[in-house]
Design a protein around this ligand. Structure first.
Ligand code: ASP
Length: 317
C-alpha cells in the first residue's frame, strides 16, 4: 500500500485568461508546499489523519485560499469560518462552524473529534472550546486580504451574494458572473496502515448572509471518510452539496452499488450535482489508493503526492 495525499484549494471559473503567469506560479508553489507537508508525514509512517490536518493547516495559513487567512467576507463585512475532519478507521468526526476568532478552524475541528463528546460545535461555544484547548485566536482583521475585500465590494455593488471565492476572483477584471469561483480547501489521504481520512475548511461564499453555514463543516456533505469505501472532501456551491449529501453519496454509491471510486465520483459531480445546479468538485481516495479529482467547473486548484513519488499540482481541466 503506497500512502497517498490529495488536496484542493477550491473550484470555479478559473481560466487561463483570469490568472497571470505569476499568479499561476504562486498557486502551484503554494499547492506544492502544502503537499510537501502531508507527504513528509506519510513518508515517516504518520497517519492519514495527521497528513490531512497538516495539509489543511497549511492551506488555512496561505492567503491565496478561502480558508483561515484570506477568507471571504460576509454581507456584514465580517468573516465566519467552517471546518471539519473525519477518521475513516473509526468514523470519528469533528467540526466547527461560524467561528470568527480562530486562526486555524481545522485544529479546532480535530480537537472536537478527539474530545469525542460532540461532532459539531458552532459560534461562541466552538470558540470557547478551542480557547480552552489552547488553540490560537486572532483579531477580526487577521483574515483580511485586499483581494477578497475587492471581491466583496464588487459583489455588494452588483447586488450579488453567495459567490464562490474563485468565481469572485474574476470580478475585478470582468462583469460579475455568478458562474465564477469557490475557494474552500481540503485534503484526503490513505496511510501505510490502510486508514483513510478527510478534512475540509472554508470561509464560505462571498457576501453570504451572517450565520449561513455551507457544506464544508457538515459530515457527509462536504467531508466524509470511511475505510470501507473512500475519503472525500468537496468544494462548490455548498447549498447543493448539502442537499445532495455529496461526500457521503460517493461512499454510498461504492458501498451499496459497488461502483468504483471513479464511477461514483463521476455520477455525483457530473450527473447528480449538475441536475440541481450544483457547481464545484471534490477530491477522493479509496482504500486501494486510487485518487479521483473531478470538477464540473472550468478549474479546481488541486494536487496529489504518493510517498516516494513526485508532487503533482494542477489548476485547469
Ligand atoms: N463549499 C463552500 C461553501 O459553500 C464554498 C467553496 O467550496 O468555495 O461554503
Amino acid at each position: 500500500m503506497t500512502p497517498v495525499l490529495a488536496i484542493h484549494g477550491g473550484a470555479g471559473t478559473i481560466t487561463r485568461a483570469a490568472l497571470s503567469p505569476e499568479q499561476e506560479r504562486g498557486y502551484h508553489e503554494a499547492l506544492d508546499y502544502v503537499l510537501q507537508g502531508g507527504q513528509r508525514i506519510l513518508e515517516h509512517g504518520g497517519s492519514a489523519l495527521d497528513a490531512v490536518t497538516e495539509a489543511v493547516f497549511r492551506l488555512e495559513e496561505c492567503p491565496l485560499f478561502n480558508a483561515g487567512k484570506g477568507s471571504v467576507f460576509t454581507h456584514a463585512g465580517t468573516h465566519e469560518l467552517d471546518a471539519s475532519i473525519m477518521d475513516g478507521s473509526t468514523l470519528a468526526a469533528g467540526a466547527v462552524a461560524c467561528v470568527k476568532s480562530l486562526r486555524n478552524p481545522i485544529l479546532a475541528a480535530r480537537r472536537v473529534m478527539e474530545d469525542g463528546r460532540h461532532v459539531l460545535l458552532v459560534g461562541e461555544g466552538a470558540e470557547a472550546f478551542a480557547r480552552a484547548a489552547g488553540l490560537d485566536t486572532v483579531p477580526p482583521d487577521y483574515y483580511f486580504t485586499e483581494a477578497r475585500y475587492a471581491q466583496w465590494q464588487r459583489a455588494l455593488a452588483e447586488g450579488r451574494s453567495g459567490l464562490l471565492d474563485h468565481d469572485a476572483q474574476t470580478l475585478a477584471a470582468e462583469p460579475l458572473d455568478a458562474d465564477t469561483k469557490m475557494g474552500t480547501v481540503g485534503a484526503v489521504a490513505l496511510d501505510a496502515r490502510g486508514n483513510l481520512a478527510a478534512a475540509t475548511s472554508t470561509g464560505g461564499v462571498t457576501d453570504k448572509r451572517v450565520g449561513r453555514v455551507g457544506d464544508s463543516p457538515l459530515i457527509g456533505a462536504g467531508c466524509y471518510a470511511n475505510n470501507r469505501t473512500a475519503a472525500v472532501s468537496c468544494t462548490g456551491s455548498g447549498e447543493m452539496f448539502i442537499r445532495m449529501l455529496a461526500a457521503y453519496d460517493v461512499s454510498a454509491l461504492m458501498e451499496y452499488r459497488a461502483l468504483s471510486l471513479a464511477h461514483a465520483c463521476a455520477v455525483v459531480v457530473m450527473e447528480k450535482l449538475p441536475a440541481i445546479d450544483g457547481r464545484g468538485g471534490l477530491i477522493a481516495v479509496d482504500a486501494q489508493g486510487n485518487v479521483c479529482m473531478p470538477f464540473n467547473t472550468e478549474g479546481m486548484y488541486r494536487g496529489e503526492a504518493r510517498t516516494g513519488g513526485p508532487r503533482l499540482t494542477a489548476i485547469y481541466r
